[in-house]
Ligand binder design. Structure first.
Ligand code: HDE
Length: 742
């Protein structure tokens, strides 16, 4: 009976499953999860004990108006379960979103590592990837200025490998012992829990202004990388240096990268703040919709490999997580591809309960002595014990490896396995010695026998104290636009502070990165000049330490590099309009032929078009054709789109020019340097141009990213719009954008 019911349920689930149309129940992990899925379709309501429920509307009472009876086991069970629905949110990275997918290597990597999942180009390794912000709570906005987590769980045949990285390649601190300080400083202030999901407050900058080692990371976090356009359009980094070990036992250092095929793109800070109001789930929705629509996000896995003999060849320390290995010094080899092709079925069961750990590794991969990584190796199991409530969190479906698990660990909260052996110890004879140790040839994990011979000490490597060279390298590698955004971000963040002394200390710190940068920030803060603050500012020294030993310094050798092109988003891939969203702004009387032609052209380029109108429902377009409205101006803003198209149609354009919301819609798109297109009368909506200008524009491009044409020019206008979408933004317009009221 039970089997019959399950068979029926599975069949039904397959029909209702939102993703099965994509045919993605084929990988080992998804197959393993099948047994845990439950939909209730065609089933009767039951208690958790399987007793069918007859009345889910009324609790059991003594009479119709009488007191409720304690005996009501249905009521008690339902409410008790409800009372316990929440678990503690992650202390950091609480706000996240995840997806299933797979990884495939391009060619066998046996020259570098023996890890099996990196050997067979024909094999797909299942993955579950969770993206997150760091500081905000579970319900905070996606568009906070913050680092993004990029955590990948590979379910390999040799066990789970978790690459728990971020979208920035460095970190704020060099040693795990400072992590609680950093997080306490950035989290909302303890008096009043403000501000939410934001670093723009006194405690964060107080801490940072005393921590020169943070300056490189501060450059990244103040750059637009901290406000991605999409989780699908950001890089990922393992941050620490890891090791690869080959089958002869030889080790090499490795840095992991994820390179998005859609390029690295961001929004503007003004946009980010507005998106946070219009759609705080912007990134979450974007990922969900892309996967549901079959536009599977993809990244290439990149490796920087450094021979063991070159460990000390650089003017930075490979063990220092505040340093990158510039791609110009060690190129990134692209070795495989990650594809996300299925959304989770249940947010809590999968996205919330997934437990990552940088210590989940497989033979062929090993750690280095990076002191931040070493501390993380402790932290991640510890945090799951409180968050998921006990030592058996590895048995939660999403966390189970596809590799078999056998050991003598037993019991504990919520144990799922029914261990049948009499022996729960090793060595034993009673169970024939099982389960037994695996030799290295059988895939047993053997730690890389790194030589260690030094005195115990609470110290850091000599090169760790160069806190500014790479911050300067990052700054110098940015385009003019990017530099300007960093200055604006610092003015915003420091402008929010209540304590002037912190502001001054920060400007002093910035002067160590670049004097011009510090001067610009100081001017925006109304500080007359760079304040006279004594460097070094590092108070983070041991009680009996000699400040001289902790002095920040620049590397003695001339920096090997003045600029690194890979650090600037200006140099990213800009060759596709795929998955970009275009708003078609319309009202009654709109030129329906233009809408149709534009929609077709955008669809052919893999972009999406949505009709936005003053009201919902259906518009009555030219030739009496009905145009369904996707969004009313009440529910969206142009900040939720990549571009705006205003078709002609006398009545339509008349209504739009008289509607302040429509004018703001286009003005904001202009201000945010987005692609704009207009045909016929629609050209009147293009901001910042006089009538004469607009007239001239009929023939083509009005200014960068703005294309206009007559009613008959729609094919050309659409083609130009697709090109402008691929370029992401027209930054040359940014200064003029300040002139429009938006
Ligand atoms: Fe984490 N970090 N972290 N972290 N981290 C957590 O683990 C921690 C660090 C990162 O989507 C926690 O399960 C310490 C660097 C990601 O579930 C916790 C230190 C990097 C995620 C924790 C660091 C990361 C976490 C909170 C300094 C980039 C989200 C909940 C020694 C390489 C994973 C949890 C997910 C989550 C501790 C520093 C990335 C408390 C102690 C550096 C992507 O264990």
């Amino acid at each position: 009976m039970a089997t019959k019911r399950n068979a029926k349920r599975t069949k039904r689930d397959k029909v209702t499953d939102h993703n099965v149309t994509n045919g993605n129940v084929t990988n080992d992990k998804l197959r393993a999860l099948e047994g845990f899925r439950e939909s209730g379709a065609d089933e009767m309501l039951t208690t958790n004990q399987g007793t069918r429920i007859n009345d889910n509307q009324n609790s059991l009472k003594a009479g119709a108006r009488g007191p409720s009876l304690l005996e009501d086991f249905i009521l008690r069970e339902k409410i008790t379960h409800f009372d316990h629905e929440r678990i503690p949110e992650r202390v950091v990275h609480a706000r996240g979103v995840a997806a299933h997918g797979y990884f495939r290597v391009y060619e066998p990597l046996s020259r570098l590592t023996k890890a099996k999942f990196l050997q067979d180009p024909g094999a797909k390794t299942p993955v579950f990837v969770r993206f997150s912000t760091v500081a905000g709570s579970r319900g905070s906005s996606d568009l906070a200025r913050d680092v993004r987590g990029f955590a990948v769980k590979f379910y390999t045949e040799e066990g789970n490998f978790d690459l728990v990285g971020n979208n920035m390649p460095v970190f704020f601190i060099q040693d795990a012992v400072k992590f609680p300080d950093l997080i306490h400083a950035v989290k909302p202030e303890p008096r009043h829990e403000m501000p939410q999901a934001a670093s723009a407050h006194d405690t964060f900058w107080d801490f940072i202004s005393l921590m020169p080692e943070s300056m490189h990371m501060i450059m990244w976090v103040m750059s637009d990388r901290a406000i991605p356009r999409s989780l699908r359009m950001m890089e990922g980094f393992g941050v620490h240096t890891f090791r690869f070990v080959d089958d002869r036992g030889a080790s090499r250092f490795v840095k992991f990268h994820w390179k998005p095929l859609l390029g690295v793109h961001s929004v503007l800070w003004d946009e980010a703040q507005k998106i946070s109001g219009k759609d705080p789930d912007f990134h979450r929705r974007d990922l969900w919709e892309a996967i549901e629509g079959g536009a599977y996000p993809e990244w290439e896995l990149g490796l920087q490999v450094i021979e063991e003999a070159d460990e000390h060849a650089f003017d930075f320390d490979l063990l220092d997580p505040t340093k990158i290995v510039p791609e110009e010094l060690v190129p990134v080899q692209r070795v495989g591809r990650l594809t996300l092709d299925r959304n989770p079925d249940n947010f809590f069961a999968e996205t919330e309960q997934v437990a990552f750990h940088p210590g989940h590794i497989v033979p062929g991969i090993d750690f280095t002595d990076d002191p931040l990584l070493q501390g993380r190796l402790f932290s991640y199991t510890d945090t799951q014990l409180i968050r998921l409530g006990g030592p058996n969190f590895h048995e939660i479906p999403i966390n189970r490896p596809v590799a078999p698990v056998h050991n003598n660990q037993r019991d504990g909260h919520m144990r799922q396995a029914i261990n049948t052996s009499r022996a729960s110890y090793e060595p034993n004879t009673i169970a024939g010695g099982c389960p037994f140790q695996a030799g290295a040839q059988m895939g047993g994990f053997v730690s890389y026998p790194e030589r260690i011979a030094d005195a115990k000490a609470r110290r850091r490597g000599e090169k760790f104290f160069d806190h500014f060279s790479q911050a300067t390298l990052f700054w110098k590698s940015q385009s003019e636009t990017e530099q300007d955004h960093i200055v604006q971000a610092l003015r915003f963040e420091l402008g929010k502070l209540e304590t002037t002394a912190i502001r001054e200390r920060m400007v002093g710190m910035l002067a160590n990165v670049d004097r011009g940068l510090a001067e610009q920030v100081a001017a925006g803060l109304g500080l007359p000049a760079i304040p006279n603050v004594e460097p070094p500012l590092n108070r983070s020294i041991p009680a009996d330490g000699n400040p001289k030993d902790f002095e920040p310094r620049r590397s003695k050798s001339t920096p090997a590099l003045e600029r690194s092109a890979a650090l600037s988003m200006a140099n990213t891939v800009k060759d596709t309009a795929k998955t970009r969203k275009v708003a078609i702004l319309a009202a009654d009387g709109v030129d329906t032929a233009a809408i149709d032609a534009m929609k077709k052209a955008l669809a052919a380029a893999g972009a999406m078009a949505k009709v936005v109108a003053p009201r919902g429902g259906t518009l009555s377009g030219t030739r009496g054709i009905k145009v369904p409205v996707d969004f009313s101006l009440l529910t969206v803003g142009s900040v939720l789109f990549d571009a705006v198209f205003v078709p002609g149609g006398t009545e339509s354009v008349k209504a739009l020019t008289a509607d302040a919301r429509a004018v703001l819609f286009v003005n904001e798109a202009y201000k945010h340097c987005k692609a704009l297109a207009a045909t016929g009368e629609g050209i009147a909506m293009v901001p910042n141009h006089t009538g004469a200008d607009r007239g001239r524009a009929k023939g083509g491009t009005l200014e960068e990213g703005i294309v206009a044409g007559g009613d008959g020019d729609i094919a050309r206008v659409a083609a130009e719009l697709v090109k402008a979408l691929a370029r992401h933004r027209a930054w040359s317009r940014e200064a003029k954008g300040q002139l429009v009221p938006a």
